[in-house]
Design a binder for this molecule. Sequence first.
Ligand SMILES: Nc1nc2c(ncn2[C@@H]2O[C@H](COP(=O)(O)OP(=O)(O)OP(=O)(O)O)[C@@H](O)[C@H]2O)c(=O)[nH]1
Ligand SMILES: [Mg+2]
Ligand SMILES: [Zn+2]
Length: 359
Amino acid sequence: MFIVDLGWDVYFEALRVACVGAGCVPARVISQHRGLWRVAGDFEECWAEPSGKLRKESVAGGDWPAVGDWVSAEILSGQPNATIQQVLPRRSRFVRKVAGKQIAEQVIVANIDVALVVAALDGDFSVRRIERYLAQSWESGARPAIVLNKADACAEPQELVAQIERIAMGVPIFLVSAKTGAGLEAIEASFKKGQTIVLLGSSGVGKSTLVNRLLQEERQPTHAVRSSDSRGRHTTTSRELFVTPGGALIIDTPGLRELQLWNAAEGVSQTFTDVDELAAQCRFTDCQHLNEPGCAVQRALAEEVLDADRLESWRKLQREQGFLLRKMDPANAAAQKKGTKISMRQVREKYRNRDKGKN
Ligand SMILES: Nc1nc2c(ncn2[C@@H]2O[C@H](COP(=O)(O)OP(=O)(O)OP(=O)(O)O)[C@@H](O)[C@H]2O)c(=O)[nH]1
Ligand SMILES: [Mg+2]
Ligand SMILES: [Zn+2]
């Protein structure tokens, strides 16, 4: 394997002098398993370990090397066979908030060009979940695309495609069946040699089945979803990078139980350009889009140009972002608090009035 086959390009070449130390070579992290990283480059693929210095920095809150990272590696003749001295600056990175209460980010994959958000058109389909993945994908710096899989298992796939088209805001949509192979040529045709593509999405949507198809080889184990609710069984347990026959690099990931956004205000904006554009037309710049006069968002709702569920989804992701920001930066927290108090009161009033109208 050569680094150019692994996606090394002029961007990273420009970093070589500054980042790849004497006695070291550039290497790409292709998988990660419990404290060991597998690296490839202009040498025989091998296991690697972070240097003591890098380890110390990572423990102190820095980033551990992630799959997709380019690193400066020192090749040794022992076990493991390489030491990772430094992680090169990332061109893009898909992150999430770590699961649970802790306020910290986790880098899932780095240096990706395309983020394929995979969803399955069977029992566990959720437009809201796709929006969430799109927001974090936009934030990553990669280009998102949506893959609607299991077309064979859905009676009216076109109906769901139309639903997704309304929220995609121009993001490409691929309708495929990894099982029959239908629609896969279009995905393959969109890949370029040397490009890095990551597959993201819940467990059981068929990411590994797609990877096997695209590699034309059964490289990744797959497992049937639970028949009761079509949820997956978390078959893939680690991230791994593969080279497709066409020369694109593809990363399979384990399905996330939940995707909590991390610092993705920009990404949320990009995902909801329709709502953002409406909000910009409101009479008041601080409009909360509840019952203010001249609210373009409420008008769009009334005219059924905007879906109430989509607006609620936008509000929810924005609330999450606000919550994170307050947790991350105490000064910001104080400034935001007052505004939130007022707007939450307005929300409650609004729902109270709405429910009154119903009875
Ligand atoms: N009917 C149908 N089933 C599919 C299709 N693609 C995948 N499956 C099935 O869905 C199940 C889950 O597929 P996986 O590829 O393991 O799903 P995954 O997204 O990798 O799941 P995790 O590794 O758990 O995150 C398997 O039984 C696949 O055979 C498809 O296009 N149609
Ligand atoms: Mg899998
Ligand atoms: Zn408004």
